[in-house]
Design a protein around this ligand. Sequence first.
Ligand SMILES: [Zn+2]
Length: 416
Amino acid sequence: MSTFSVLFLAALLIATGMRLWLATRHVQHIWAHRDAVPAAFADEISLEAHRKAADYSIAKTRLNIAAIVFDAALLLVLTFGGGLQAIDNLAASFFPGGIARGVLFVAILTVIMSVIELPFSLYRTFGIESRFGFNKMTLAMFFADLAKTSALSVVLGLPLLFTVLWLMAGMGELWWLYVWIVVVAFMLFMQFIAPTVIAPLFNKFSPMQDGEMKQRIENLISRCGFTSKGLFVMDGSKRSSHGNAYFTGFGNSKRIVFFDTLLSRLEIPEIEAVLAHELGHFRMRHVIKRLALMVVSTLLFFWLLGVLKDQAWFYQGLNVAYPATDAMALTLFFLVVPVFTFLFQPLLAMYSRKHEFEADEYAAQFTPARDLIRALVKLYKDNASTLTPDPLHSVFYDSHPPASTRIARLEQLART
Ligand SMILES: [Zn+2]
């Protein structure tokens, strides 16, 4: 066994072991706190709702545990088990070389992985979400969504893959720089068309009706120094009773979207508070910062691939014959890098939680902090989000601060 094989196995073992350990802790922690509502929430959340949130979070985490084990096994089958090599041999029997072989290789692998993932996503939607009363989707809708997503990945993904493989083959030493430029341009393009072209394929977006709510929202938007290009209501209730609001797109495609499920549950002042929080993300430049982070990390990613692409040990260590196609280099890299970058996960989560605190602070300048607290408690309750996550699990994964910390911070702001 080569040094790199041992290194990869060790990293996979550590990452998988830590994921499982964190998930198990999470389940145990929630279970241990299942029978008492935390004091700060005792007035608003019943014991019954608290138990439902505990059971829902535990069910989701248990499915996640199964997925962690399964993903690790799949990765081993694809590499040491010779899976990737077999798929490449199959592709080569149709096209001996060139870009066509690479595209076919990626296509076969994508189809296989999507089929394997299907039971997980079916169980998530029709097992867990249905059991807890959140799912509103029918099987027909589920498969219609799947068909649309697949069609989109063919229409958008295939030309991108062709371009990337063409650049890898023809641009010499600095191919990774060209690929990076194309990939970043593609990501920006996707952000631009997501709200106006892609999202409407799945949901209906209606302009918000004139009335008190729209008036107050528009007032708030201009108080925060924004001009609203569009206020939309999305029929989220078609798929799920989970509620949300978001700010999407940029430039002329910028819009603010409210789920109908959110509007139906929150009072107007609470909706204003949630919106002020979202505007905070924009005003504090969180959106731009995340974009910049993505652009820089993509550059690092392709530069490293540029270094590894011509190293025999990289392929042979993962049981793939060298020399290999560019598509193999790309795929191997995509599959293997997350195993090594897993330990950066808490840093990313921490960065995100910092932004959430900042957006809350911003919201508290323009709307009463009490309104945001009321909105959050309602959202926690309606979405059955656990109020008692395992602290270490939270540090590792949570993009949002735990409910108790976040609300304690807002209560401080409400007093000042
Ligand atoms: Zn936020």
